[in-house]
Design a protein around this ligand. Sequence first.
Ligand SMILES: [Fe+2]
Length: 499
Amino acid sequence: MGALTFSAPASATARGGFTTKPTAADPYTYQVGFGNRFATEAIPDTLPLGCNTPQRCKYDLISEQLNGTPFVSPRASLLNAWFYRIQPSVAHKPLRRLSQSTDLEAVFSPLNPNAVFTPQDLGWDKFPLPTDQETVDFISGLKTVAGHGDPSLKEGLAVHIYSANASMKNKAFCNNDGDMLILPQEGRLDIQTEFGRLMVRPGELAVIQAGMRFSVKLPDGVGRGYIQEIYGSHYELPELGPVGSNGMALARDFEIPVASFDVDQSRWTIVVKLVGQLFAYDQDHTPFDVVAWHGSYAPYKYAMEKFINSATVDRDQSDPSIYCVLTAKSKIAGVSLSDFLIFTPKWSVTRNTFRPPYYHRNVSTELMGMIYGTWAGSATFLEPGGLTYEPSYMPHGESYERWKEATSIDLQPQRIGDASMAFMMHISGHVSLTKYALERSACLQPIREDAWDDFKPGFLKHLDMIAGENEHTDTPSMLNGSANSTTGIPTEPYTNGVL
Ligand SMILES: [Fe+2]
């Protein structure tokens, strides 16, 4: 008898669309894509075909629409979803106002005494986790550090830190102010949404859009991270331009939950945030009772290690926009509200190039945070869980030591940023800082008065040589005059009153 042989099938057909497989760190399954219209059902045949609101849905499910754009929107930007759920969301008790957290801000006007506008660049060490004596969940652990604009105008954004040590129990959150881009830095977030479940680890981002109800558990016991909340806009993938149809963040690498529901008739509390104020309502059923859904307005996550870096491979360096994962439009045509950039490991290969970030002053404000690793990107100190702030038009760049090293090193292909991940929120509006960030966070770094005192202008030591080389022209005397004047410029030390 001969050995068993297997012949290739003559044909095969997929049994369904692609979904991811669970891993040790993430037990959930996801659909993939960005901007798709997704369709998913936890019980077969519960999505109606050919219509959205049949007279009676299968198994007496309730049809309900949620949209993230007005009905009359350009088709390309239209975002909505249809739920097929056990009970309608409207079945709840009346709302009540909750006592306000002093660390939550939403309106960043100069008229708000808790919003401080300053052109002073600043840094924060890692934001503290709750102590063992406290019980802090994702909602009570939200602390606003910066922002601009106003959610009542649907214009602007807020940047928050979350720091928590307790899971939300029979409690969900619904942010009516904006879409939240959530960046865990310590501990995974097990996020249950009306659309299904997402497990989000440090190194991944999650976006939960406005009006969606979700609940956060902390499978690792603690959770700390960053949130950028945008008002009146939605995150998009940036245009690719001459890059072509591939590269940067691939649409296929975004993961969207599949339908998942609980049968749960216990008491739930839904906390609603509106213009930074918290309200709550109770209901005798879980909000996570969606058996099937379809649509384009859906939460997602993305593993930022998958970002495909592109850069110059010849000389000079690209602007940091090449690290843009997601962008959101402002109300000014052609101006983004915020570009979200990440800095992940890459090769640096340019020749005859000052390879670190060039000295610059930007129209935008830069808020930088770090997920893991070490950062050597500028003179500002940044550690995982910390933050730096470079306000609009204020100059920043490398320390003298870094400049010396970068201008004298033999440039060889070099791997940079291994085992590290940092990010930047590149925000077009003037960004104010909150009293929490400046006074209560207890991690604001002191301003270094002497930070730039040792920056030696190398040009000056060349003056004699320049004079010699130009002795038959008028240039030397002008140069000497300029040089002398530079030695006498008084430097005014930083004093109080900037913040
Ligand atoms: Fe910068």
